[in-house]
Design a protein. Structure first.
Length: 176
């Protein structure tokens, strides 16, 4: 599904500023009914395999949002409910001014969610905001690891990383 809907070959500038001949717009999958229905249960399974027992999941908006919501929704059919939240890119000047929004609670055990890991910067930014808000980071779960050093950067910051797919899984399906 990722190869069919989200991955493209061409010349792209990534969020990190890097140039790439491969791009994954995960939202084309994660925001679709079929993608949500598939990702939620798969992500819950991967979280269980990792041995993580989160109270909540979330990451930097916008990429992490649909994945987090799919996980929370899928958890409704299990004995352990998992809440979803979002991390703003910057605090709003109005309202509560929080970076972490939604039913996150200080003291929560959290899995940081990421759509696509390239440099690891977004996941680390989200993890810093979550930790500052009182969350205990269990690890990082990505939909796609581009295998360009991001996993290593996150791991060097002390976090375990899991991914549902890797660039090596997707690229052969693109041809050309």
């Amino acid at each position: 599904m990722l190869a069919e809907r989200s991955a493209r070959r061409g010349q792209f500038t990534l969020a990190s500023g890097r140039a790439s001949s491969f791009y994954v717009d995960a939202r084309l999958t994660t925001m679709s009914p079929e993608g949500l229905a598939l990702i939620g249960p798969l992500a819950l399974e991967e979280i269980a395999v990792a041995g993580w027992r989160p109270d909540s999941v979330g990451g930097l908006t916008l990429g992490a949002d649909p994945i987090s919501y799919a996980i929370a929704y899928a958890s409704a059919g299990t004995p352990r409910l998992v809440r979803a939240f979002t991390v703003r890119k910057e605090a709003k000047a109005h309202g509560t001014g929080k970076l972490v929004e939604g039913p996150f609670r200080p003291g929560d055990a959290v899995v940081v969610i990421e759509d696509v890991i390239t440099t690891g910067g977004s996941a680390l930014k989200a993890a810093a905001a979550i930790a500052a808000a009182g969350g205990e980071i269990l690890g990082v779960l990505a939909l796609v690891d581009r295998e360009e050093g991001g996993r290593e950067a996150i791991e060097s910051a002390g976090y375990s990383v899991r991914a549902l797919a890797r660039a090596a899984d997707i690229l052969p399906l693109l041809g050309g």
